[in-house]
Ligand binder design. Structure first.
Ligand code: ADP
Length: 594
């Protein structure tokens, strides 16, 4: 449907009403004016006829007298005057010669006048061949009718006058129409202006400018509407603010959650997603909202879980592996989402990154396997030799003594492993208590004591252990633990160095750190082993390590001792060139140990 503008419709309505009213009044006025003019002219003709009655009556008995009077009075009054005798003969006429004129007895106006009334008629004149208005009155003498006096005037004359009046009426009508059209235009504009202002205001509301207020008009109804719309905008603004606040709170809660949250409707379209979930899926939250989960999630396992969660009323749970640059294990928990009317509207999936837990689980499993394996080897050996002894080898003193020596070595080995395990366990469990026992001690004294502990092994391999440390260098520490860490490092350096080489132990302050370095020029370590070197039971060459009496726990103990001191360890090594292990611990910020 064609949309109309109120202003134009109002203007056109006003214009139509104006046109109909003014034209009707104009037509009626023109008609009435003509009627009145005709009546007035008829009355005038009658008056003129009556004025002529006297002179005509006087000349009635004179031969040709009536005609002369008619011609004279006719000229003077600019009226055609005709006198007709009762037998219809014309005896006088202003315009024509009565002798040439027809008998007028049957003319309607003459017949009416002959009956004593005033005969009025407008009809064509056979004599003058034009339309005339006739008024005929009887002429009486001594109470009896002797002739009819008729006055007449051409209708064209009347029409000319009426035409001029009509022209003036038309001009007046056009003038009035123009004036009323301008007034209509102004009126419709005045009525619609506040509406236009309101529509501009309503557009501002639609654009979200809800603090905008509509202008007031001089029309009560429009003002009521404007006030209602202002109130509506105000309430809308308040509601939007409340919703925004709630939304922000929800976003803040979801955003600060460590778990990923993914809300999906029944059509598998994502309703909401938090930053953690988007990061787990490797996308931006903005890219995910409002899109189908099938469109954005490329992981078949996750899609399968979403489908199962959507089709299940009860909670579902599963762990999936997300392959990527770094493989991640995700624990998924899906629960049905219900709306206010308690209808199922979708599902809420909570994603937890359990990669670390899984790793810890693996570490724990590996550790148990490693410990079992490490303990099993000496125990198997001890068991074997004990059985051999029981089976009779005991009788051979020489064999028995050799077997017992082996058994003693294996028992020592078991003792070392268990001692190392207990040390590790103590370090893990009691890091805090050990940290609390920090006292400022001389670093040189600790290093010297450590070197002394390894002196025998070094001397056996003719290895010179050199110490480089300032005498006054002190640091807050757990001296006993630090000594054990350095012993482990020097022991390794001696173990994996060729006889006759050198081991260098140094300590110095570097900014806020104390750095202890143990360097050797031994076999070195391949680069690929370096990242795992500080793991429990990790050994580059298992056989060699065992042969040298190693447990694979030495460096793990060093790392834990570094952690107790809120420090770290690092290793640099090159195959065939040697190894340097650095033990770094902060010395100024050790008030609260890790
Ligand atoms: P282990 O008791 O076997 O020495 P560690 O935890 O002390 O166990 O060391 C782990 C492994 O790191 C060792 O088995 C060895 O292969 C390697 N390693 C440690 N220190 C050195 C070193 N100074 N030179 C070469 N290899 C080393």
């Amino acid at each position: 449907m064609l949309k109309k503008r109120i202003a134009r419709s109002l203007f056109l309505s006003y214009l139509w009403i104006t046109l109909i009213a003014v034209i009707s009044i104009g037509l009626y006025g023109a008609h009435m004016t003509r009627e009145l003019y005709l009546q007035r002219t008829a009355k005038d003709l009658e008056t003129r006829a009556r004025l002529c009655l006297g002179p005509i009556l006087e000349s009635l008995d004179k031969e040709g007298g009536v005609d002369a009077v008619c011609k004279k009075l006719g000229r003077e009054t600019d009226t055609r005057i005709t006198v007709i005798l009762p037998d219809g003969r014309v005896v006088g006429d202003t315009e024509a010669d009565p002798a040439d004129m027809d008998n007028h007895k049957v003319r309607p106006e003459i017949r009416k006048a002959a009956s004593g009334e005033v005969g009025r008629l407008t009809r064509p004149s056979p004599t003058l061949k034009e339309e005339l208005m006739y008024v005929a009155i009887p002429l009486e003498r001594d109470g009896s009718y002797v002739a009819v006096v008729r006055t007449s005037i051409p209708v064209t004359e009347i029409n000319q006058v009426v035409g001029k009046i009509r022209q003036k009426i038309v001009v007046a009508v056009i003038g009035v129409i123009c004036l009323l059209a301008v007034i209509s235009l102004w009126l419709s504009a005045r009525i619609t202006l506040p509406l236009r202002k309101m529509s501009v205001g309503a557009e501002s509301f639609a654009r979200g400018e809800l603090e905008h207020r509509l202008p007031r008009a001089s029309f009560e109804e429009i003002n009521i509407l404007a006030e209602a719309m202002d109130r509506m905008a105000e309430q809308l603004d308040e509601r939007i603010e409340t919703v925004q606040c709630q939304q922000n709170e929800l976003e803040a809660v979801l955003g600060s959650m460590e778990e990923g949250v993914l809300a999906i409707d029944n059509d598998a379209v994502i309703i909401n997603v938090n930053q953690t979930c988007a990061a787990l899926l490797g996308m931006d939250p903005g890219e995910l909202k409002g899109r189908s989960v099938h469109e954005v999630v490329r992981k078949p396992d996750l899609l399968e879980f979403v489908e199962s969660s959507l089709s299940n009323e009860s909670p579902v749970e599963d762990d999936i592996l997300m392959r990527g640059e770094e493989d991640r294990w995700l624990n998924l928990h899906g629960t049905a989402l219900y709306d206010a009317a308690n209808r199922k509207m979708g599902t809420l999936i909570v994603l937890r990154d359990v990669t670390r837990l899984r790793r810890l689980e693996n570490v724990r499993r590996d550790f148990v396997a490693n410990v079992s394996h490490e303990l099993k080897t000496p125990i198997t050996s001890i068991k074997g030799f004990v059985e051999t002894l029981i089976d009779g080898a005991f009788d051979n003193r020489q064999d028995a003594s050799r077997f017992l020596e082996i058994i003693a070595r294996q028992v020592n080995r078991l003792d070392t492993i268990i001692e190392d395990l207990l040390t590790l366990s103590r370090l893990e469990k009691g890091a805090e208590e050990q940290g609390n026992g920090f006292v400022t001690e001389s670093v040189r004294d600790v290093l010297q004591a450590s070197i002394q502990m390894c002196e025998k092994k070094a001397a056996d391999k003719n290895i010179n252990v050199r110490l480089e440390c300032a005498v006054d260098l002190t640091a807050p520490m757990n001296g006993h633990l630090l000594e054990q860490a350095v012993v482990n490092l020097v022991d390794n350096a001696v173990k994996y160095s060729e006889p006759g080489s050198e081991v260098h132990v140094s300590a110095a302050k570097d900014a806020d750190d104390l750095v202890i370095r143990v360097q050797d020029w031994g076999c070195g370590i391949e680069r690929k082993h370096l990242p795992r070197l500080f793991e429990r039971f990790y050994r580059v060459d298992k056989a060699r390590s065992r042969e040298l009496g190693g447990t694979g726990l030495g460096l793990a103990i060093v790392r834990h001792i570094a952690l107790v001191h809120r420090g770290s360890v690092s290793v640099e090594s090159e195959v065939g060139k040697g190894t340097t292990v650095s033990f770094i611990m902060p010395v100024n910020t050790m008030l609260t140990p890790r």
